[in-house]
Design a protein around this ligand. Structure first.
Ligand SMILES: Cc1cc2nc3c(=O)[nH]c(=O)nc-3n(C[C@H](O)[C@H](O)[C@H](O)COP(=O)(O)OP(=O)(O)OC[C@H]3O[C@@H](n4cnc5c(N)ncnc54)[C@H](O)[C@@H]3O)c2cc1C
Length: 395
């Protein structure tokens, strides 16, 4: 790794949506102020997490490569897992293909995302599929492809990820029976018309949607509901819950109940200010509560963290992060979608899109991060183009 004696070493952990955004922007923001950027990710291939349900239904994905995304900038890409952080000595331990390595930082950007925990319900860890990473999605794709006609797929959790996955599976594998299970109605944060549209799409695709149910166990060939009912399942997909990795918590950095680093309005860790956290792995408070993990909020948080670092290096006071939600874009297979436009706090607004217009909108949003990286390599995009500002007060 590079000699770093004179320069301010900025290490970005995680090359997902937010980490790549932060790395590109901080490289631009600090290039005249001695910034040296290293981006760490376990794979050189960029994982388009927004397309995980497409990967899980065996759809061909474009190969997007992280070194290509950051090319032309002074960013060193290191392919490795971060296995430990030593915040006292500003060091990170890495597991690489060639063994253990270490990296020192002056500023660390923590962008390692989140996953759906499978330790909440017995058996989910052993018998359920997830959309947590490309390997898990590929395993489900193989299972679905090999499943005989009439096989049953149970999707546990009918949040937006569950709805996207169930509709994608039902559309791609029409000979399979898809059962979608959840406690509440799907899409509870949409207005009545948009929610009715989602329910109509589930029905049209033949998905058996059951609400008011609690899965208590995942078995190799069934799920058990509270009360003891068994629903036979040839493959169970677990989509509910949210947890950040344990890395920060293990290092003694202050985290919340979901193990997200608790940050101040500048996105600096409240316990270790030389660490900034962004995206799903950050607990960012707004007046209505903590921002929940979305790309919509994550991309601007990555940009803002870069701006905070740039300002600190220039001896200026960083500005508080401001953000408000705009939309909930949800695919319903490849040929249908619904987009609920929202208020800043993510509660539903009056307008929504459906059908072909919503499909185009959703695809544009899903493809927008890579477009944004391309533009960001050339100039610093005003954050107002990346996000709605939302209220000033942090709450
Ligand atoms: C099926 C699905 C559909 C979704 N749809 C939407 C949507 O329509 N709109 C929306 O806004 N959001 C959506 N989301 C949520 C969105 O994908 C996340 O909020 C977003 O990916 C968060 O970005 P991130 O950079 O924080 O994490 P990620 O994009 O997950 O990136 C984290 C990166 O860190 C790497 N990493 C993890 N651990 C380590 C480690 N120890 N060392 C080094 N690197 C590590 C990972 O490999 C990964 O590359 C969806 C999620 C799923 C699963």
């Amino acid at each position: 790794m590079k000699d770093s004696s004179a320069r301010h070493r900025i290490v970005v952990l995680g090359g997902g949506y937010t980490g790549v955004m932060a790395a590109i922007r901080v490289a631009r923001r600090t290039r005249r102020h001695g910034g040296q950027v290293t981006l760490v990710n376990p794979t050189a291939r960029f994982n388009e997490r927004l397309r995980m349900h497409q990967q899980a239904t065996a759809q061909e994905m474009a190969h997007v490569d992280i070194p290509t995304l950051v090319q032309g900038l002074d960013i060193e890409f290191v392919q490795a897992w971060a296995t430990g952080i030593d915040p006292k000595h500003n060091g990170v331990t890495l597991a690489t293909d060639h063994g253990v390595a270490s990296l020192d930082y002056d500023t660390l950007v923590y962008a390692i995302g989140s996953s759906t925990p499978v330790d909440v319900v017995p058996g989910a860890d052993l018998h359920a599929h997830t959309l947590n990473d490309p390997e898990s999605a590929a395993k489900l794709a193989r299972t679905l492809t090999e499943m005989p006609d009439g096989g049953t797929v149970v999707v546990g959790g009918n949040g937006l990820t569950g709805v996207e996955a169930a509709t994608e599976i039902a559309e791609s594998f029409p000979s399979l029976r898809v059962v979608l299970l959840g406690r509440a109605e799907p899409a509870p944060k949409m207005n009545a018309k948009a929610r009715a549209y989602v329910l109509g799409a589930l029905e049209r695709l033949g998905i058996e949607s059951r609400t008011g149910v609690e899965i208590t166990k995942v078995l190799p060939d069934a799920v058990e509901l509270a009360g003891g009912e068994l629903i036979a399942s040839d493959a169970t997909l677990w989509t509910t819950g949210f947890m950040a990795p344990a890395l920060a918590a293990d290092a003694g950095i202050e985290v919340d109940a979901q193990r997200r680093i608790v940050v101040d309005p500048q996105l600096q860790s409240v316990s270790h200010p030389s660490i900034l956290a962004i995206g799903d792995a950050a607990a960012i408070r707004r007046p209505w509560g903590v921002i929940h993990g979305t790309c919509q909020s994550g991309m601007p948080s990555g940009a803002h963290a870069a701006d905070t670092i740039g300002r600190l290096l220039r001896g200026k006071a960083p500005k508080p992060f401001r953000f408000g939600y705009i939309h909930q874009p949800v695919s319903l297979g490849r040929h249908d979608a619904v987009v609920q436009f929202t208020k800043a706090d993510d509660s539903p607004g009056r307008f929504h899109l459906t059908g072909a217009a919503a499909v185009t909108y959703k695809e544009t949003v899903t493809g927008s991060p890579t477009t944004t990286y391309g533009l960001s390599r050339r100039w610093v995009i005003p954050i107002a183009f990346l996000a709605r500002k939302g209220p000033r007060q942090a709450g």
